[in-house]
Design a protein around this ligand. Structure first.
Ligand code: FPP
Length: 238
């Protein structure tokens, strides 16, 4: 049962590594894409739950720069699911005041999906209840490379380069660093997700596959987070 009072401090920003769609499908004798479809279904449920908890920023790892190595049929299927997700979810996102941002490289993404994403970003840009960052064609290292390239292209001198400047040149400029990264399906890896931004994030891993990661599972993660002591490299007070 969800007991709100037990949670003293909520994360401002949660990152989700939505892993285990394939294994979820395999367990049921279904094609991998059925797992991704169930994953997309679950995404809408978890987004709604995050809104209800009052979480301000959510970042989801939808497609990594490494995911291009998957079979073509799966990649195409994922993009097609994303298009459907945008078409279907836009009214709900508007109703719930969700602003969508994209982080990652647009080039390489099929033109039709790019158009839908641009439309989604433009339509939701004035919403401010929850900021949803979709990491699509995203890699943490590629993000740092892109930032460094732009910094050099703009002619900054070495002594002007500091952490604050680099943060401003990342895709996530203006978005606070994640407080909590949740990874489903049991893996203990960061997989090139928000490398710079997650320097002091709390990490939570659950064996539950993403399509089964429901509101109760989210509550467990939030409870776990709220009991941790974050020190940011400092010593305990008192
Ligand atoms: C990892 O599961 C998941 C992905 C690579 C993609 C995540 C995509 C979705 C949740 C659905 C579509 C997204 C949107 C934004 C609508 P996996 O395939 O690696 O699972 P496995 O490790 O069990 O094989």
């Amino acid at each position: 049962m969800v007991k709100r009072d037990e949670i003293k401090n909520l994360p401002r920003h949660i990152g989700f590594i939505m892993d285990g769609n394939g294994r979820w499908a395999k367990k049921r004798g279904l094609p991998r894409l059925a797992g991704h479809r169930a994953g997309a279904e679950n995404l809408r449920r978890i987004l709604r739950a995050c809104g209800e908890w009052g979480i301000k920023y959510v970042t989801i790892y939808a497609f990594s720069t490494e995911n291009w190595g998957r079979p073509e049929e799966e990649v195409k299927g994922l993009f097609s699911l994303m298009e459907q997700f945008i078409d279907r979810e836009l009214p709900e996102l508007m109703k719930n005041g969700v602003q969508v941002r994209h982080i990652g490289r647009m080039d390489g993404v099929p033109e039709r999906l790019q158009e839908k994403i641009r439309y989604l970003l433009e339509s939701t840009k004035d919403n401010d209840k929850l900021i949803l960052c979709i990491a699509l064609n995203y890699g943490g290292r590629a993000e740092i490379v892109d930032a460094v390239r732009r910094i050099i292209a703009e002619g900054y001198r070495p002594e002007e380069v500091d952490e604050e400047l680099i943060s401003r040149y990342l895709y996530t400029a203006g978005i606070p660093d994640p407080d909590l990264i949740i990874r489903t399906a049991g893996e203990m890896r960061i997989s090139n997700f928000l490398l710079w931004q997650s320097a002091y994030a709390e990490y939570y891993s659950t064996p539950t596959f993403w399509p089964d990661f429901n509101e109760q599972e989210l509550y467990k993660a939030l409870l776990d987070y709220s009991r941790r002591e974050r020190r940011f490299g400092l010593v305990k007070e008192g």
